[in-house]
Design a protein around this ligand. Structure first.
Ligand SMILES: Cc1ncc(COP(=O)(O)O)c(C=O)c1O
Length: 385
């Protein structure tokens, strides 16, 4: 593998880091770069985890994951999907990213093709190349309104397609695959005997009455399905590094072998504490979603008043992926200029696919007052002036 070519610096961190340096020099920074929830992890998770640590759950766990947690995850998914997974079909991983990477490493073989939907989550291409350097990535580019073009998707599948890696609800666009789009992916995967690796990390953060359709509902492709999920976004647990994959048993077995050789297990007391997630009502979610909806309402109205931005209102998640083509510069140049002049950190669209160099991603996972401050600065900002 050509490491330098395939595994560049994550552009989401590049501008966050530059912003951090400016902050250290005393400049005011408005951080709309990373998708880190500004909410607190629920107290019951913190308390259960501290108790687990005090009770001595500080040694290795089963490499596949703490059995009680895997059982609870399987039960929760069975209820949601009307499925019959067991704890043996679940692996607990240090974050959702690790679940996606281990899935890719378990599934891909030399020369396989894998479909990504562009714009994609920033780490997907590097993960594919790290998992299987000879894999061929086939991008299906969304339309400018972020809908999935049926013909483009159909054209991407062929007999060499081993998998499609898909993220719904989506980062960076905030789109949610419709039921019809989901069913089309299922149909094409089935016809081509391809795996679906579905990253559903934003499933609980859907706004304005839109509905998320999980691939888990399509148990007819159970043998070719891996769902990756976790608590980073829904329970504001990004720093805990906790996620899981549930799905095709033979793939989970291979993922466990990878975990045995790479990280042994996910932090034991965190897994034990995380069982509390399934024993408490997720009462924080509704106010959390309402707060994000209010921010979207505000930001959407204000962004669309700016002469140099066109924004498609997100249906889910933490991000606005806005069109800056009217400015007439590439996304890295725009983000650098915006940071220098206003202190607003954002993420260049090119990070999410080569076709998106005229877009920029803003995070709304910041308090409303920060968004208001950003809007005031954006109103007075003009590129190059
Ligand atoms: C689509 C997607 N998948 C995975 C992750 C990472 O999740 P984790 O922090 O649990 O590894 C993110 C975080 O931004 C994401 O947006």
């Amino acid at each position: 593998m050509h490491f330098e070519k395939e595994v560049g610096e994550s552009l989401t961190y590049k501008f966050a880091q530059a912003a951090g340096e400016m902050k250290a020099q005393g400049k005011e920074i408005i951080s709309l770069g990373l998708g880190e929830p500004d909410f607190k992890t629920p107290d019951y998770v913190v308390e259960a985890t501290m108790k687990a640590m005090q009770d001595g759950f500080t040694h290795y766990s089963a490499t596949q994951g703490w059995p009680e947690l895997r059982k609870l995850i399987a039960e929760d998914c069975n209820k949601a999907y009307n499925a019959d997974y067991t704890m043996n079909d679940v692996i607990v991983t240090p974050g959702i990213k690790a679940a996606v990477y281990f899935s890719l490493a378990a599934i891909l073989e030399p020369g396989d093709e894998i479909i990504l939907i562009s714009p994609y989550y920033v780490s997907y291409p590097a993960m594919v190349k790290l998992a299987e350097p000879t894999a061929k990535i086939v991008n299906v580019t969304l339309s400018r309104d972020f809908t999935l073009d049926k013909e483009k998707l159909e054209a991407a599948f062929n007999k060499n397609t081993k998998a499609i890696l898909i993220n719904t609800p989506n980062n960076p666009t905030g789109m949610v695959l419709s039921r019809e789009e989901t069913e089309l992916v299922v149909k094409l995967a089935k016809e081509n005997d391809a795996y679906i690796i579905s990253d559903e990390v934003y499933e609980k953060l859907v706004y304005d009455g839109f509905k998320h359709t999980s691939f888990g509902l399509y148990q007819e492709i159970k043998d070719r399905l891996i769902i990756c999920n976790g608590y980073s976004k829904s329970h504001a647990m990004t720093g805990w590094r906790l996620g899981y994959a549930i799905g095709a048993h033979d793939v989970i077995v291979k993922m466990n072998k990878l975990q045995q050789h790479i990280n042994t297990n996910t932090c034991t007391f965190i897994q034990v504490g995380a069982c509390s997630i399934y024993k408490n009502e997720p009462v924080h979610i509704r106010p959390y979603v309402k707060e994000l909806e209010d921010r979207i309402e505000y930001f959407d109205t204000e962004l669309n008043k700016l002469p140099y931005i066109q924004a498609v209102r997100p249906k889910a998640g933490f991000f606005y992926f806005v069109d800056i083509s009217k400015v007439g510069v590439d996304s890295n140049t725009f983000c650098a200029d915006l940071l220098k002049k206003t202190g607003i950190a954002s993420t260049p669209g090119i990070a999410f696919g080569p076709e998106w160099d005229d877009h920029v991603r803003f995070s709304i996972a910041v308090p409303m007052a920060t968004l208001e401050r950003a809007v005031n600065l954006l109103k007075n900002y003009r590129f190059g002036e």
